[in-house]
Design a binder for this molecule. Structure first.
Ligand code: AP5
Ligand code: MG
Length: 213
């Protein structure tokens, strides 16, 4: 099954993708994760992307579309994939459909995770991520130890774009450029909207029902 995870910053796309990978082992293609790694490694792609990401703006379509096309051409994506944070513009959605069509593939389900804005700002300013394995945590969860990753012992860090001002800009960019994609996928008959403001496992139960696994 080829799945697109839609939803505003902080809606829980990465968190649900972690659960989906653990359950089904299909590749998780997160453009945000790919770009953050390029920034950390200081590659030309990372140097090009960093300014946009720090401001909470979108990296230009051409750059991101190229990245995703080459990732989708890898053999492990033939048996299903989860796209997280892509597409984010009409141009990206159309380029994705064209590229998949050329490979004899298509998107089977677009899952939109919906969460209120005030909840999102609280979530994002409290998020921590493991530097080693990428696992996502919330300091709003009193059981989380902020000194190390419970899965691998790695150091937890706060993303550069999780300051309140940048979060607010990311939310307006989302409203302007990405929210219209909900209608794009609805018109194709493959949109599934779920309430993301419930416990992680409850949200995941809905994801499972949609995916039928
Ligand atoms: P990206 O990395 O894609 O960030 P985003 O879309 O802003 O989404 P986030 O990763 O912030 O949120 P999420 O929905 O994954 O939430 P999470 O599960 O972590 O993009 C970053 C930047 O890269 C962009 O701004 C842009 O510059 C660039 N970029 C990326 N893709 C691009 C593209 N296609 N085109 C152009 N530019 C692109 O959860 C958040 C927090 O909430 C965590 O602390 C988590 O523990 C907690 N949480 C999750 N679920 C729940 C729940 N059910 N209950 C309570 N807490 C929860
Ligand atoms: Mg994410």
């Amino acid at each position: 099954m080829n799945i697109v995870l839609l939803g505003a910053p902080g809606a829980g796309k990465g968190t649900q993708a972690e659960k989906m990978i653990a359950a089904w082992g299909i590749p998780h293609i997160s453009t945000g994760d790919i770009l953050r790694k390029a920034v950390a490694d200081g590659t030309p792609l990372g140097m090009q992307a960093k300014g946009y990401m720090d401001r909470g703006e979108l990296v230009p379509d051409l750059v991101v579309i190229g990245l995703v096309k080459s990732r989708l051409a890898e053999s492990d994506a033939r048996d299903g994939f989860i796209l997280d944070g892509f597409p984010r513009t009409d141009g990206q959605a159309e380029a994705l459909d064209r590229a998949l069509g050329e490979m004899g593939m298509k998107i089977d389900a677009a899952i939109s995770i919906d969460v209120d804005r005030d909840v999102i700002v609280r979530r994002l300013t409290s998020r921590r991520t493991c530097k080693s394995c990428g696992k996502i945590y919330s300091l709003l969860d009193p059981t989380v130890d902020p000194s190390k990753c419970a899965a691998c012992g790695g150091e937890l860090y706060q993303r550069d774009d999780d300051t309140e001002a940048t979060v607010r800009n990311r939310l307006s960019v989302y409203d302007r450029s990405t929210a219209p994609l909900v209608d794009y996928y609805r018109s194709k008959g493959i949109l599934h909207a779920i309430d993301g403001d419930r416990p992680v496992d409850t949200v995941f139960a809905d994801v499972r029902r949609i995916v039928g696994r």
